[in-house]
Design a protein around this ligand. Structure first.
Ligand SMILES: [Zn+2]
Length: 354
């Protein structure tokens, strides 16, 4: 049995997947916001509750906001800020008395859709979650690509490509830069863009969400339709840069804005002029598992290949190795199998192209 946990900012969800791939149980509890010790207790309790109910001990994979730093083994880049700098990859395996695999939540999303979702037939998958932010993850032949810095796929904090005059320098991003892709493609960004283009006397703009903008566009409201058109053009440019770099077979959209039907018709038509090719066969598809992809991908982390350990550049302290292929294992005194694994994948991609 594989147990998957999605550690969110407001909720923690757990599922059990049987050996035949069927989901057998699902639990959701509130996340102890701002409290690391209680987060550990909640994760441990959730795993034990699932196992008690099903009467089977399981493997455990956890999707987290942010990632494990390959340099320190500590959580970094999490918008659940109480996790940052914490040794989650050391504490949870000890409390559960077993190996626990971790991965960024967008990586779990990509892995889920590549394993048994909307992109099962694809060699290279780029998964994008567009909601309050814009996360991204890469799966190559159903193996995650994590990268030397554990940020592979985090394209949301690249600048919006081919920015037009009014898009530069662009809105300030929480990461400290301006004009990041996320500041144009997140749900709040779409809502803001719509409001900014409404006449100042127009009361319809007040407090309108991205989902409402999409609904108004469907109802043929010109201002909302224009906002969606700008959004599609920006998404096309942003994803064209991914296609030029990674050349994925499939790009899967998840998150709240993935429910906007017209994206799948219009964005592939708009990205072609920005792609270094006379044609583009990359498909843009909606996630099959919707909001469940993150937790399902966490369960599938168990199936990631392990890479051999590599000698450590820095022997100064105990380090948790975060492997690109194994996603995570806690190895005291070893390191950097993440870059080893990603190099291996890159080699395979290069070989395939020759
Ligand atoms: Zn940013």
């Amino acid at each position: 049995m594989r147990i998957g946990i999605d550690l969110g900012g407001t909720k923690i969800e757990g599922i059990a997947i049987a050996e035949n791939g069927r989901e057998t149980l699902r639990r959701r509890i509130a996340a102890p916001r701002g409290d690391y010790a209680n987060t550990l207790a909640a994760l441990t309790g959730l795993v034990h509750d699932i196992e008690r109910e099903l009467g089977v001990r399981g493997t455990v994979g956890v999707g987290i906001p942010g990632t494990m730093s390959p340099a320190t083994g500590l959580v970094k880049n999490s918008n659940s800020t109480w996790l940052n700098g914490r040794p989650l990859a050391e504490d949870l395996p000890r409390l559960l008395d077993r190996e626990v695999r971790f991965a960024n939540d967008a990586n779990c999303f990509a892995l889920s859709e590549a394993t048994d979702g909307a992109a099962t037939d694809a060699d290279v998958v780029f998964g994008v979650i567009i909601g309050t932010g814009t996360g991204g993850g890469i799966a190559v032949r159903r193996q995650l690509l994590v990268g030397a810095n554990a940020i592979a796929g985090e394209w949301g904090h690249n600048p919006l490509p081919a920015a037009r005059g009014h898009e530069s320098p662009g809105p300030l991003c929480y990461c400290g830069r301006s004009g990041c892709i996320e500041t144009f493609l997140s749900g709040p960004a779409l809502a803001r863009d719509y409001a900014e283009h409404c006449p100042s006397t127009d009361l319809r703009r007040a407090g309108v969400t991205a989902e409402e903008v999409a609904g108004r566009a469907t109802a043929s409201e010109p201002l909302a339709d224009a906002a969606l058109a700008r959004y599609e053009d920006r998404m096309a440019r942003a994803l064209a840069s991914v296609i030029n770099l990674l050349d994925p077979d499939v790009i899967v959209l998840g998150g709240g804005l993935s429910n906007i039907d017209r994206l799948y018709r219009n964005v592939p038509r708009l990205w072609l002029p920005h792609i270094f090719s006379d044609r583009a066969t990359t498909r843009l598809v909606r996630a099959m598992h919707g909001d469940s992809s993150g937790v399902r991908g966490a369960a599938w982390l168990q199936d990631q290949k392990k890479e051999p350990r590599r000698s450590q550049r820095s022997q100064s302290k105990s380090i948790l190795a975060i492997s690109a292929c194994s996603a995570v294992s806690s190895y005291r005194g070893s390191s950097a199998s993440g870059s080893c694994a990603s190099n291996s994948l890159r080699s395979r991609i290069a070989m395939a192209k020759r």
